[in-house]
Ligand binder design. Structure first.
Ligand SMILES: *[C@@H]1O[C@H](CO)[C@@H](O)[C@H](O)[C@H]1NC(C)=O
Ligand SMILES: *[C@@H]1O[C@H](CO)[C@@H](O)[C@H](O)[C@H]1NC(C)=O
Ligand SMILES: *[C@@H]1O[C@H](CO)[C@@H](O)[C@H](O)[C@H]1NC(C)=O
Ligand SMILES: *[C@@H]1O[C@H](CO)[C@@H](O)[C@H](O)[C@H]1NC(C)=O
Ligand SMILES: *[C@@H]1O[C@H](CO)[C@@H](O)[C@H](O)[C@H]1NC(C)=O
Ligand SMILES: *[C@@H]1O[C@H](CO)[C@@H](O)[C@H](O)[C@H]1NC(C)=O
Length: 337
């Protein structure tokens, strides 16, 4: 009798997910959260057996898992965070999140995703979506519902050739957007006009050769703009007007030879936080008379920029010189050399 009793008790513990934990995973139980972490490389499929039903955070990372289904996830309806980076996922079912009404964070970094079905993220109230380091060549408007509450979207290190304007239209709450390390050649004029709460914009390591003057006109809360390692040759003079909170701007490693007068005026927040400011390094600056605006700006804002690497590429006589160390006479007369 007592053996049967014990077995019954054990069975009820085992099979109702009370303080169980899947093989090869580690589980952390606290008052409000149950976290399950599976990072063994010999792991190859979803941990269906032993997964606590009240799991709030599930991490299956750097494993051999190559598929995941809505049915598997329906076992954990309280899930708030799902971390799936570094697996072998190459596709997702359209209903993946259908049983997860509390999911706010989904991280799919470093999988093999090439395209995703319409509606794939519609069912959960996502705030954070990370798709970095996959093989996506387009980002579709129908991935997310209209008026999504997403605040952070990371599409860095994919194969995007076009900025996903239609998708951004669905994301009025967006604050952080990572599109760095793609193959973007331009930003369509009104592309960012609907993401009015945007604060951080990562566009570095693309192929941008020009920007529209109105690009940032409807994003007054931008604090950080990353444009380094592109092919920018010139900037429209009013492009940064109306960015009173801009603290960090990186234009390093572009093809800028000159800046239009007035470009950096009216940026009261630039460099106000430690380690922030303006990076203009590694551009082929032309230090003839046209450099007057930049030279004077650098003199009065020494503390806001990273001066040493702002060097002249032309004229020949000034090649390699640090612009801020030149005298007015040197650049003012150089074109006559
Ligand atoms: C648990 O949740 C309650 C109610 O939401 C909250 O007041 C409390 O601070 C939480 N405790 C912990 C440890 O997070
Ligand atoms: C989850 O279930 C376990 C076992 O019953 C319990 O100890 C824990 O407090 C529960 N956690 C949450 C977040 O409800
Ligand atoms: C991962 O999966 C592949 C194919 O599914 C298999 O060939 C390989 O042995 C697996 N690796 C590990 C470490 O289990
Ligand atoms: C969008 O969602 C917000 C709350 O997240 C709500 O206040 C607003 O009315 C919604 N707008 C539309 C057009 O549905
Ligand atoms: C900008 O930020 C301030 C302070 O956080 C906020 O009050 C304001 O509504 C924001 N404006 C936009 C357009 O997001
Ligand atoms: C700006 O970008 C360049 C190129 O990626 C990088 O080397 C540099 O550290 C960045 N500047 C700052 C201040 O972070």
């Amino acid at each position: 009798m007592s053996t049967w009793y014990l077995l019954t008790v054990l069975a009820s513990y085992c099979c109702h997910g009370v303080l169980t934990c899947p093989d090869l995973c580690i589980c952390y139980f606290s008052t409000n959260t149950t976290q399950v972490v599976c990072t063994s490389s010999s792991f190859s499929r979803f941990p269906e057996i032993g997964l606590p039903s009240n799991t709030t955070s599930l991490s299956i990372e750097f494993t051999n898992m190559s598929s995941i289904s809505a049915q598997q996830l329906q076992a954990t309806p309280l899930l708030q965070e799902l971390h799936l980076s570094g697996n072998k996922l190459h596709e997702l079912p359209a209903n993946l999140l259908s049983g997860l009404p509390h999911l706010h964070t989904l991280d799919l970094t470093g999988n093999q995703l090439q395209q995703l079905p319409p509606g794939v993220f519609n069912d959960a109230p996502l705030l954070n979506l990370v798709l970095r380091d996959n093989k996506l060549s387009t980002a579709d408007a129908h991935w997310l519902p209209p008026n999504s509450s997403l605040t952070w979207l990371d599409l860095a290190s994919n194969r995007l050739k076009v900025l996903p304007t239609a998708l951004l239209h669905n994301l009025p709450q967006l604050k952080m957007l990572h599109l760095n390390n793609n193959q973007l050649e331009k930003i369509p004029a009104a592309a960012l006009h609907t993401v009015t709460h945007l604060e951080r914009l990562h566009l570095e390591e693309n192929k941008l050769s020009s920007l529209d003057a109105s690009s940032f006109q409807h994003t007054p809360n931008l604090t950080h703009v990353f444009l380094q390692e592109n092919r920018l040759e010139k900037l429209p003079s009013g492009i940064f007007l109306g960015l009173p909170h801009l603290d960090f701007l990186n234009l390093s490693q572009n093809r800028l030879r000159t800046l239009p007068p007035g470009l950096l005026d009216k940026l009261p927040a630039l460099g106000t936080s430690v380690g922030q400011g303006l990076d203009l390094s590694l551009n082929p600056w032309d230090c003839d008379k046209g450099v007057a605006y930049l030279w004077m700006w650098l003199r009065s804002h020494k503390d806001k920029t990273f001066l040493d690497e702002i060097q002249c590429a032309t004229p020949e006589a000034l090649k390699g010189r640090v612009l801020s160390s030149l005298t007015e006479e040197e650049w003012g007369t150089s074109s006559r050399n």
